[in-house]
Design a protein around this ligand. Structure first.
Ligand SMILES: [Zn+2]
Length: 382
C-alpha cells in the first residue's frame, strides 16, 4: 500500500535514524509509534528514500543506504541528503550490525554476540569512530554530539539498574529472539576451521576456542568504546587484531558506514554484534544483533526530550526560498511589460495627425525608449 505525504513539514523532523541494510530498516520501522508517510517535498540532489514517523516525542526521519550500496562514501551521501531535505534534524543515529572485538581474555571488554556497542569518545583518546583504512593521523572523525553522549551515559546507567531492552525486543517479535540453539563461540585469532561448512565453528574442535562463562541473562549488554570503520569487510581474526593494536586496544567493533556519516551529520553509532570480525560466521545471529541495536536506539530516543527545530536555520532557509520566488515573479512581470510595450509602440505606426501628436506625447512620457525611428521606417515601407 503506497504511503501518503506526511502531514508534517520536513522542518519539524529533528532526528534521523539511518541504517545500512534493508533488514535493519525493516526492523527500525517496527519501532515507530506512528508512520506519517513520505516527505512533503524533496529537493534535487537528495537521492535518499524516506519514511517519516514518530518515536515517543520525536518526529523521526528513517532512511537506508540505497540497494547494493555500502561503505563510507555511500553513507556520506545519505547524510548529505538528510541535511539537505531536513534542516531541523539535529542528531542522527546510525543503527545496525557490526563485527565485535572481544578482548576480555586480555583484560578488556567481554563483547558477545547479540550485545550492543555504542561509539563514544574515550579509550585511547579517539572520538568514538575511527577510519582505519586512512593513513596515520587521518582517521580522526567528528565525535557524537555532546547532548547525545549525556543521554548515552544516563540510559546506560538506567539499563545497569534495570535492563529494559527485553521489553522492546519482545515487541519486535519471536524471530528476533535470542538464538538459544546456536552457540556463541569465540576463537583465537589464528584459529581457522578445519573443514568446510563452518557455522561458527561446526568442526567440533574446541582447541582454538576461548572459554567464557555463560551469562545468566540473554539480554544485550551495552558496551561503549571506539568503532572502527572502513570500506572492507574484516573477516579474519589476525587482521582484526592487527588493526586493533594500532588503536591501543580501544576498538570494540568493526563496521563500514560510520566514518562516512559522522562527518556529514552529528551522529551516534549503535551496533549490534553479529559476528567477531573473523573467519567464523553464523548468520543466525544477524536478526538478534539487529534487534539488539534497534532496541537500544529506541530506549535512547525515548529518553531524549523533544527539541525545538533550529528556528534560525529554518527561518533563513525559508527567507531564501521566498526571495527566490519573488525574483522569479518579478522576472515574469518584467517580460510581460516589455512584450506589451513593444506591441503598443508598433501599433503607433497606424496613427496620424493631431491624434498621433497626442499619442506621441503620451507614449514619450510613458515609454523608456523612443519610437520615432520605427515610425519612419514604417512610413517608408508604405
Ligand atoms: Zn569456523
Amino acid at each position: 500500500m503506497p504511503l501518503s505525504l506526511s502531514p508534517h513539514p520536513n522542518k519539524t523532523y529533528t532526528l534521523a535514524y539511518i541504517t545500512a541494510l534493508p533488514l535493519e530498516l525493516t526492523t527500525a520501522l517496527t519501532l515507530l509509534d506512528d508512520i506519517h508517510g513520505i516527505p512533503q517535498s524533496q529537493p534535487p540532489g537528495d537521492n535518499n528514500a524516506y519514511i517519516l514517523g514518530r518515536i515517543g516525542n520525536h518526529n523521526v526521519v528513517m532512511t537506508c543506504l540505497p540497494a547494493g550500496r555500502m561503505g563510507t562514501g555511500a553513507a556520506a551521501a545519505v547524510g548529505e541528503g538528510v541535511r539537505r531535505s531536513f534542516v531541523g534534524v539535529r542528531v542522527a543515529v546510525l543503527v545496525g550490525i557490526g563485527g565485535g572485538v572481544s578482548c576480555f581474555h586480555r583484560g578488556g571488554e567481554d563483547v558477545r554476540l547479540g550485545d550492543v556497542v555504542v561509539g563514544v569518545p574515550g579509550g585511547g583518546g579517539y572520538g568514538g569512530v575511527i577510519q582505519y583504512d586512512l593513513g596515520d593521523g587521518e582517521g580522526q572523525l567528528n565525535a557524537p554530539p555532546e547532548k547525545l553522549l549525556g543521554y548515552v551515559t544516563m540510559v546506560n546507567c538506567l539499563l545497569e539498574r534495570n535492563n529494559c531492552l527485553g521489553e522492546v525486543l519482545g515487541e519486535l517479535g519471536e524471530k528476533y529472539a535470542y538464538p538459544v540453539h546456536v552457540e556463541d563461540r569465540l576463537f583465537c585469532s589464528g584459529y581457522y576451521h578445519r573443514g568446510g561448512g563452518c557455522l561458527a565453528c561446526g568442526d567440533g574442535d574446541r582447541d582454538g576456542e576461548i572459554y567464557r562463562e555463560k551469562r545468566e541473562s540473554t539480554l544485550p549488554v551495552v558496551h561503549v568504546g571506539t568503532i572502527a570503520s572502513g570500506n572492507t569487510v574484516i573477516g579474519d581474526g589476525v587482521t582484526r587484531d592487527r588493526i586493533c593494536s594500532r588503536y591501543k586496544g580501544s576498538v570494540l567493533c568493526f563496521e563500514m558506514e560510520a566514518a562516512g556519516l559522522v562527518n556529514s551529520l552529528p551522529c551516534l553509532v549503535v551496533r549490534g554484534i553479529s559476528d567477531y570480525a573473523d573467519v567464523h560466521k553464523n548468520d543466525e545471529w544477524r536478526l538478534r544483533a539487529i534487534a539488539a541495536a534497534a532496541s537500544y536506539a529506541k530506549a535512547l530516543i525515548l529518553h531524549i526530550p523533544p527539541e525545538e527545530a533550529p528556528q534560525e536555520v529554518v527561518q533563513v532557509t525559508e527567507l531564501v526560498e521566498e526571495i527566490k520566488e519573488i525574483r522569479g515573479e518579478l522576472a515574469q512581470v518584467k517580460a510581460m511589460l516589455e512584450t506589451g510595450l513593444s506591441r503598443i509602440n508598433y501599433s503607433l505606426w497606424d496613427l496620424q495627425g493631431t491624434k498621433y501628436k497626442v499619442w506621441k506625447e503620451f507614449f514619450q512620457w510613458l515609454l523608456p525608449f523612443g519610437f520615432g525611428r520605427q515610425q519612419q521606417e514604417c512610413l517608408k515601407e508604405d
